[in-house]
Design a protein. Structure first.
Length: 274
């Protein structure tokens, strides 16, 4: 069943479909700076699972309402759990199902404001990061006696380097979007003063992706991620050629793209079956 046909009502986030083939999750808890409790984390993770299964959806977006993108886990809930002797284990798959998500389809982070702790862990594993120029990023866990363990430490070390990651993790200081763009984490910086401007930019990028073959989106993403996760270029090339390229070649969109080029017309893509 398509996500579009379901009645998706949630307390702390909204699910929308801003354009064809695109699903958007908007965290909506501005009075708490969009921190995420355990129930909401499970609900958003469920959306991404259904997104991967829904053939009509090709690209996802996550963003926030107000002056924060996400400030991580709900520490008031965490404190209550500690007092009750309950372990708050969000390490797998991480907050909102993103920090350790492998998944099948690309997700764009549209960072509209404060991005802290678990929110930063979410972003570190998204496929494209678009940020408002006013957005601020930090990993303040050490100030609370915590360490981010849901995957962002090795991922950030791979993306922005050892010393820059150490700087962020061991000081807990904030950095702006332009700095993280220079460091290689933020893909695009948007001068968007109006609320929702960065989300609009993300939708435009998602629509640009959706002009391409949905099979190519999946296989291209897998190829990049295999190299990023495993570190070996040759292993990634061999695995992509062995496990994924034959599936891409046998799918109808492969022939359609080449045929459309020869006939000088836009391709007519089919939803991916990969």
């Amino acid at each position: 069943m398509s996500l579009r046909t379901q009645n998706l009502q949630f307390q702390h986030f909204q699910v929308s479909f801003p354009a064809e083939h695109i699903v958007q999750v908007t965290i909506n808890r501005p009075d708490k700076l969009n921190c995420i409790n355990k129930a909401t984390s499970r609900e958003i993770a469920g959306i991404w699972e259904r997104f991967d299964q829904d053939e009509s959806l090709w690209v996802g977006i996550i963003t926030g309402v107000g002056r924060a993108f996400c400030t991580g886990a709900d520490l008031h809930e965490w404190n209550a759990m500690n007092q009750a002797g309950v372990v708050n284990d969000m390490a797998a798959p991480g907050l909102a199902g993103l920090p350790r998500r492998a998944g099948k389809k690309p997700i764009i982070a549209a960072v509209n404001g404060l991005c802290m702790g678990g929110g930063f862990e979410m972003v570190a594993n998204c496929d494209v990061v678009i940020a408002a120029s006013s957005a601020e990023f930090s990993l303040p866990e050490a100030k609370r006696g915590i360490v981010p363990v849901a995957g962002c430490l090795p991922r950030l070390a791979r993306t922005i380097g050892l010393q820059r990651t150490m700087d962020l993790v061991l000081t807990g200081r904030s950095v702006d979007a332009r700095t993280l763009s220079e460091w290689g984490l933020v893909s695009r910086v948007v001068d968007a003063a109006a609320d929702g401007g960065v989300a609009r930019a993300a939708i435009q990028v998602a629509q640009e992706m959706c002009r391409n073959s949905p099979d190519a989106l999946i296989v291209g993403r897998v190829g990049v991620r295999m190299a990023w996760e495993n570190g070996s270029v040759e292993d990634a090339v061999s695995a992509l050629d062995r496990d994924w390229y034959p599936r891409l070649r046998e799918a109808p969109n492969f022939a359609e793209g080449i045929r459309a080029f020869g006939e000088k017309r836009p391709p007519k893509w089919l939803d991916s079956k990969l």
